[in-house]
Design a protein around this ligand. Sequence first.
Ligand code: VGL
Ligand code: ZN
Length: 197
Amino acid sequence: MRALIVVDVQNDFLPGGALPVPRGHEVVEVINALIPGFDVVVATQDWHPEDHGSFAVHHGRAPGELGELAGLPQILWPTHCVQGSAGAQFAPGLRSEAFDAVFRKGQDATVDSYSGFFDNARRRDTGLDSWLRSRGVQEVTLVGLATDYCVKFTALDASALGYEVRLVRAACRGVELSAGDVERALGALSEAGVRVV
Ligand code: VGL
Ligand code: ZN
């Protein structure tokens, strides 16, 4: 069984959103076109409480600065994807009615969660792994936002969990806080056995 994992294609990650990914909106039509080719389609949704510890405002710092959260280095982000807000909704036009399940992450204010499988401190799992396993999924294809954060860490965890992992480049966009972050992410993924197609 083959699954498509649609990572964080949410309004706040589109141009004009709170944490805009350059050309993030361009993934929507590419993902819609891929959906019919898969046995199951799941999505992740960044879903933070208002007081989430990754938000720069709670540290009296500027977005993009480095802080600490859960004992880990933490990039401090603009306030984004607050639970129930318009910014947390799926992007307009995305065929979200085709999603068989949605896994929300980043709900614990004390730790960030880039991967769709586990939080960054690996305290909790989202249920995505057991959901996929119970349906006999062995191969996963990753698409969405952002290549250098949530897509990257979801792909690395999928690979470590034993799935065959593919990433469709044309269906991902990155934040690129530093120029070259996307290329470096794709390099790290290739090295981990992810097939970038
Ligand atoms: C993401 C930064 C903060 C992502 C989520 O979806 O890649 N990046 N929260
Ligand atoms: Zn987030």
